[in-house]
Design a protein. Sequence first.
Length: 266
Amino acid sequence: MAETGTYGFGAVATLVKATDGSVTAPSVSFANDLDTGFYRIGSGQVGFANNGVLGITFGASGALTAAGLITGQLGLTVTAAAISLNVSSNFGVSICSGTSQGLVLIGNSAANNVTIATGATFSVTAATAMTMSGAAINLNASSNFNVNICSGTSQGLVTIGNSAANSVNITSGAASTFTFAAGLTIVGDATTGVKILNSAAHKLGFYDAVAIVQRAGAAQAAVATTAATQTTPYGYTTAAQADAIVTLVNECRAALVALGLIKGAA
């Protein structure tokens, strides 16, 4: 029998006890909506029914399980040793996928990394520019898998190191190579140009030659500009000038061979 009315208990400590109820007839419901409300599922478990269907379960360990979508205008904070989203279904998980401009933070501390399981695919699709910022961003830092950026049919531009302070560093070692695809064009600009190495102490090599620092020496000195003779025998007025030219030509050859730009032999 259902009872309605107003009851006053005064200062007496009183417990209001209800029967367990069920999903179709929750024990704490509403006069105009008898199949919506709270009921006891089992020991330590409370369920909230919506129109006779279980909507939210409050588990004995404190876990909250929702059968539908949880939405809200305010921030939602969840803390636990492990948080699982869609761990046992084939449905997609959307975070901040609507018209909201809110920021989504994943792994927002030094100890909380984001791990993608083996065999899984992590896809990022953005209609507008996407920014990744931080003290250090590692892609494939400790595995032997390839990392592809803009490798599909997209014509988008990939910019790396877009400021004076943000350089691109490629670690040393046989496995650390920077490979250009066939037909690739390196485009510079007509204002400041493009530099390859920024110090004479840095080493450079071409065509698998051993990288070397910039060569320097007296053999590279400019040859004195004296007029050549215009009568037989043709040449220079001094043997020293002719010898200096030969020395300089040999030095240019040696430098090009050392860099790997020419072979230096047949």
